[in-house]
Design a protein around this ligand. Structure first.
Ligand code: BTN
Length: 335
């Protein structure tokens, strides 16, 4: 990153800190605090709006955020951390997954459980080539590095294990009835709360590296909400209080590492029941689609390898990952 860009991002972070409580601040006052002109303040705020920050300009008075927000704080996270691997906090980045993948391809050696989070992503990626809308300071954009010592075959079931770990974290912190949609979506009240994107690097039979990306909706601004093409929910909309994002990062790192260590020892089998009891579609008729075909059946959870179990015509079949999409259908297929 160029020095100019880094300087700009540092000023913008400071600006958001002044506005974070949701009170109005005048351009003049902000300028005095930062030692820059009102015009420069206005320019930085336009850029922040471009990163999805939900900001009001109040004529003759100044600026205020649509909602108060809490910034990610590397020092606070470090104080509370319970796993000894770095948590890097970035302001604006293309994609937190990209950042970790880039470090791996540059030959940087990373500790297992290293986390990179950002306030905003300009090229956040979802599954099946979709964008992941990532407005500034609103949600959680979280990536973790994890080595798979047993090679690529250990990747089978990985995103399901992560789903179970995320569900456990949210259940413990907020007592929420989290559900999981095979293979990698986090649901609450029948709406999407988050998604997981696992990307692999350095694939070989002996060892491979996984970058585990998690996007979790905390408080979606209305401008960004309008760009999302499916029903979704956020933690803030179901909890009375705005969740503490720093605490969430600490809890997620700890829970993910603990479940991944267990997974490395045991494989997926002990997670099958954990996944199936949170399965959004358990006992319902679903359609599984890939580029080549569509299969309908009764959803019967997952098998001991993490494959989706669908029953039709009295027969159960396992369906493995890849570019599949799953949705509920209203009725059993006609005979
Ligand atoms: C999906 O449901 O399609 C998966 C979404 C994954 C989004 C996260 S946000 C953090 C990480 N960085 C990315 O670019 N994508 C993942």
């Amino acid at each position: 990153m160029s020095k100019v860009l880094a300087h700009s991002l540092a000023i913008q972070r400071q600006l958001v800190l002044y506005l974070a409580d949701g009170e109005i601040c005048s351009g003049e006052w902000l300028g005095q605090q930062l030692g820059i002109s009102r015009a420069a303040i206005a320019k930085h705020l336009v850029q922040l709006e471009g990163y999805g920050l939900d900001l009001y300009k109040i004529k003759g008075k100044g600026y205020r955020l649509a909602e108060p927000l809490q910034l990610l704080d590397a020092a606070l996270i470090k104080q509370q951390q319970q796993w000894n691997a770095p948590v890097w906090v970035q302001s604006v980045t293309d994609s937190t997954n990209n950042q970790l993948l880039q470090k791996l391809s540059d030959g940087q050696s990373l500790d297992a459980g290293t986390v990179l989070v950002a306030e905003a992503q300009t090229a956040g990626r979802g599954r099946r080539g979709k964008n992941w809308i990532s407005p500034f300071g609103a949600n959680l954009y979280f990536s973790m590095y994890w080595p798979l010592e047993q090679g690529i075959q250990a990747a089978m079931g990985l995103s399901l294990v992560i789903g179970v770990a995320v569900a456990k974290t949210l259940e413990q912190l907020f007592q929420l009835p989290v559900q999981l949609k095979w293979p990698n979506d986090i649901y609450l009240d029948g709406k999407k709360l988050g998604g997981i994107l696992v990307e692999l690097a350095g694939q070989s039979h002996s060892q491979c590296d996984a970058v585990i990306g998690l996007g979790l909706n905390i408080s979606m601004p209305s401008v960004s909400a309008a760009q999302i093409d499916q029903p979704f929910t956020s933690l803030h909309s179901v909890l009375e209080q705005r969740p503490d994002r720093n605490q969430l990062v600490v809890a997620l790192q700890k829970q993910l590492v603990s479940q991944l260590l267990f997974f490395a020892d045991t494989g997926f089998a002990p997670f099958a029941a954990e996944f199936s009891r949170r399965d959004l579609f358990a006992g319902q008729w679903v359609q599984l689609s890939s580029a080549k075909q569509q299969v309908q059946g009764l959803c019967c959870g997952v098998d001991e390898r993490g494959a989706l179990l669908l029953e039709s015509d009295g027969q159960r079949q396992s369906h493995y990952g890849g570019e599949l999409s799953l949705r509920r259908i209203e009725h059993a297929p006609a005979d």
